[in-house]
Design a protein. Sequence first.
Length: 184
Amino acid sequence: MKVLLIKDVYKLGHTGDVKKVADGYGRNYLLPQGLAVLATPGALKSVEKIRAKAAVTRAALNQEMSGLAQLVEGVELIFTSKAGETGKLYGSITSQMIADELNKKLGSQIDRRQVEVEPIRNLGEHPAHIRLTIDLTPKVKVMVYREGEAPEPAKATPAPAAPEAPVAEEPASEAPAAEETSAE
């Protein structure tokens, strides 16, 4: 079946493209969802109008989402999970968990369907792509650590210890100097 795409369809094509698809996919999904129409001679006459309108809409959407894409690009998400001796998790890190953590970290509204990653079932570093538009797919890094061996204790111990020692010493040494100045 040949169809004319009315909207961008992920992994199929852009608006205005004429594609040959399986009959069931076209009849049961593309046509009822309003994503495509049959590629009749009458519909093919309006291809250029559809493409021009879609290009303007796509450019506006990409411009709007580019700020969010810059925020999302390179973000590192850290998860802890129970794992066996071989590094295999006793569960998995799902796209829903990644979307929730990303929304919590950035204050965004990313849906689990926008996260492209297979369920993560092993410890280590895994890439995940966030599909904001058909053209914008920033990449995030998902780090999975064994429960109890996570970097939180490593980050928590040195980070507070280093700033607290100099901060605690400096105000203490400045405070008596300020009192002496006001006493004179």
